[in-house]
Design a protein around this ligand. Structure first.
Ligand SMILES: NC(=O)c1ccc[n+]([C@@H]2O[C@H](COP(=O)([O-])OP(=O)(O)OC[C@H]3O[C@@H](n4cnc5c(N)ncnc54)[C@H](OP(=O)(O)O)[C@@H]3O)[C@@H](O)[C@H]2O)c1
Length: 221
């Protein structure tokens, strides 16, 4: 698969490297040419260029920029993004007195929904925003004997299919969570996870399987 990356920072290089290892063709695009060249060298990408070049390169286009910049960038690139799948990993958050809080309204409002409104002819998937970037540097991430589950919300069947295929190619397990109207759930979950980490907690201790409670009766959700 050809993947264009918008951004040259931590997520761009971590996911770009994972995709190169998985056999995909990657082009890193940034607003700073030297940073794009450095990120491409770090990931082993096939090339680098400007933001529009990266958007035009990929069947899939990763949005790896700050959340508050992403909808504007999607609007600027909308004609180029038409017919492609935008992978939105952004986490909209700001520091508050009780820890990080979402900067979107919640409900059906999310960065992913705003990107979709800004580039209406692109498919959009909210994905890859839950884990810290370091997880994507692991070859085929798996924990406790199971491949990493990657939740995603997609706006179109084509975006869902491409996202699922990409996740499988990384050795991970796709976890479809519905359409873009549910993307705010993933964004809020990421903000909550960051807050847990910042407060010294361990996120994986927060959601233990009921199967770990001996003798528990499974009454369903
Ligand atoms: N780091 C993580 O562990 C992690 C995990 C999950 C999700 N995320 C999300 O992933 C996204 C990227 O995070 P990151 O950690 O990779 O950030 P980062 O290392 O700070 O990189 C951000 C990139 O965005 C570019 N950028 C900033 N404003 C821009 C604009 N207006 N137009 C175009 N490019 C712009 C920066 O370019 P310049 O160098 O030119 O400023 C840089 O290349 C964020 O939305 C973050 O919430 C991060």
């Amino acid at each position: 698969m050809r993947i264009g990356i918008l951004g040259t920072g931590s997520m761009a290089t971590a996911l770009g490297g994972a995709w190169v290892r998985a056999g995909h063709q990657v082009l890193v695009g940034g607003r700073n040419a030297a940073a794009a060249a450095r990120a491409a060298a770090r990931t082993g990408a096939a090339g680098h260029g400007g933001l529009a070049e990266a958007a035009a390169y990929g069947e899939a286009v990763l949005m790896a920029v700050p959340a508050d910049s992403a909808p504007r960038l999607a609007r600027e690139l909308a004609p180029v993004l038409a017919g492609r799948t935008v992978l939105d990993c952004t986490v909209p958050m700001a520091a508050g007195p009780d820890g990080p809080s979402p900067t979107t309204a919640g409900g059906t409002d999310s960065v992913a929904a705003r990107i979709s409104a800004a580039a209406p002819d692109a498919g959009v998937a909210k994905v890859f925003g839950i884990c810290h970037e370091s997880i994507w540097t692991l070859p085929r991430p798996a924990f406790e004997g199971a491949p990493l589950a990657v939740p995603f919300c997609a706006g179109t069947p084509a975006a869902a299919a491409l996202t699922g295929e990409l996740i499988v190619s990384m050795g991970c397990s796709p976890l479809p969570c519905g359409g873009l109207s549910r993307a705010a759930l993933l964004e809020s979950a990421a903000v909550l996870a960051v807050g847990v980490w910042w407060s010294g907690g361990e996120v994986r201790h927060v959601f233990p399987s009921p199967a770990l409670a001996p003798g528990a009766v499974d009454d369903g959700p």
